[in-house]
Design a protein around this ligand. Structure first.
Ligand SMILES: Cc1cc2nc3c(=O)[nH]c(=O)nc-3n(C[C@H](O)[C@H](O)[C@H](O)COP(=O)(O)OP(=O)(O)OC[C@H]3O[C@@H](n4cnc5c(N)ncnc54)[C@H](O)[C@@H]3O)c2cc1C
Length: 414
């Protein structure tokens, strides 16, 4: 069975409001295969077909665009569906579909490990392709001097994985059994027996919900509201403008500090009067002349800048006095933490106190030999597409080395 979670509008049909580039991308529907201006009805139909048919996507060639939903309708045959009930054996199973998973798949497939990749079905409420499918222009991934849409970048990654023979399933992994080899990776419709596993399931930035915080015509998500200062802070709409950061931990301090490079001033809005951040981080942020703190306060509304589809300001409530005041800002960054996608592991890998997978320093090796982790699921510091891709490469090389060691590459194992 496939994950029954329905796709959220912003992930599968995002209206592109975010004004990262000078020229704003007009709001319009985007299909899951990245083709613009298709009707939402058509896309939803493909998605519903995909759900009904059991979600299997196995594509040997990537001669054209191959993101799951669009590919499915044209390329999945009845024999594919028949084989979907079979258990599978593989040298390497990759869980995830962001830059880490696909980089691992490209390396592993080129090394002829014939990896199986589970890209998830709205796992963690994120579409196949990962967090970059929720954004517009990515301007800091090397090789794209003009920038590239997040969705298109992930389609290209997926095409490259397929080109070398990765088998991709649009299913969410519900549990794993790492107690013995071969490892078991389970979805609602199959079990994969794998000599090695790479976990690259990412993390999701937490967001707050209040009027104006969402996407769509009444919200300013991607139109001034973001969860990533490093990704979005340099965008023209934030330059020399007052900005706000919500949070009280190290991330909030770091993001506020980072934003002072571009902003005229940065407000840290915190619901308490004591920060959770380390003293060192607090000192760094609070000694910055561009940073001001608004304590004991929560944002209750975000509103637009006149007729423009961008953030114009916030209504802020003091939780002690209950007084509501106005704060004119052009940007708001949530810095209230991330949630790594590790619950399905059932405690079988060592996690840190925040739920991130612990890897042996300088490698992608987890606490279980033969299981590797890459990308944001094991990285709470850098959290960038290029660092995720880098550790994806490391994980594939580590897995290949491990498989060589156990004789799997000589066919002694699966
Ligand atoms: C709005 C936004 C804008 C960003 N902009 C930039 C930017 O401009 N530049 C940049 O470098 N970085 C940017 N980032 C950060 C970047 O997207 C992440 O660092 C990167 O995507 C992490 O890649 P990943 O491979 O670790 O995982 P993710 O991209 O998080 O992908 C993980 C995937 O695994 C799937 N998954 C989860 N659980 C399961 C399961 N049990 N079974 C199967 N699949 C599962 C998820 O559904 C998801 O699709 C941005 C992030 C956000 C949220």
């Amino acid at each position: 069975m496939e994950n029954e979670t329905l796709p959220s509008r912003h992930t599968l049909n995002p209206s592109f409001h975010k004004t990262k580039s000078k020229d704003r991308v007009p709001s319009r529907a985007i299909s899951h295969n990245g083709s613009y201006n298709r009707s939402r009805v058509g896309i939803n139909r493909v998605l519903s077909l995909l759900k009904k048919a059991g979600s299997f996507v196995r594509l040997g060639s990537a001669s054209h665009s191959t993101v799951a939903a669009s590919s499915f309708s044209s390329k999945t045959s009845s024999s594919d569906l028949a084989s979907a009930v079979d258990d599978l054996k593989t040298k390497l199973c990759i869980i995830g579909s962001g830059p880490a998973a696909h980089t691992a798949a490209i390396y592993a497939a080129r090394a002829e490990l014939k990896p199986i990749l589970f890209q998830g079905w709205m796992a963690n409420d994120v579409a196949p392709g990962g967090q970059l499918t929720t954004t517009t222009v990515v301007e800091n991934f090397p090789g794209f001097p003009e920038g590239i849409m997040g969705m298109e970048l992930m389609e290209r990654c997926r095409d490259q994985s397929l080109r070398f023979g990765t088998r991709i399933f649009t299913e969410t992994v519900s549990s794993v059994d790492f107690s013995a080899t071969p490892f078991k990776v389970l979805t609602d419709s199959r079990v994969v027996l794998a000599d090695s596993v790479i976990v690259a399931t990412g993390a999701v930035a937490k967001r707050l919900s209040f009027p104006g915080s969402g996407e769509g015509k009444d919200g300013f998500w991607n139109c001034g509201i973001s969860t990533c200062a490093v990704c979005d802070g340099a965008a023209p709409i934030f330059r020399n403008k007052p900005l706000a950061v919500i949070g009280g931990g190290d991330t909030a301090m770091e993001e506020a500090n980072f934003l002072t490079k571009y902003a005229s001033e940065v407000f840290i809005i915190h619901r308490r009067d004591v920060f959770r951040a380390s003293m060192a981080m607090q000192k760094l942020a609070l000694s910055n002349p561009k940073i001001r703190v608004i304590n004991n306060s929560v944002v209750v509304e975000a509103y637009g800048d006149g007729d423009k589809r961008v953030l114009g300001g916030l209504k802020i409530k003091n939780v002690v006095t209950e007084e509501v005041s106005d704060l004119k800002v052009s940007g708001l960054f949530f810095a209230i933490g991330h949630e790594p996608a590790t619950k399905f592991l059932g405690g079988q890998l060592e996690l840190d106190p925040d739920g991130y997978i612990v890897t042996k320093q300088g490698t992608t090796q987890t606490s279980v030999r033969g299981v590797f982790a890459a990308g944001d699921v094991q990285d709470k510091k850098y959290r960038q597409a290029v660092t995720a891709a880098g550790t994806g490469c490391m994980a594939a090389l580590d897995a290949e080395h491990y498989l060589q060691g156990i004789g799997s590459l000589e066919g002694k194992s699966s």
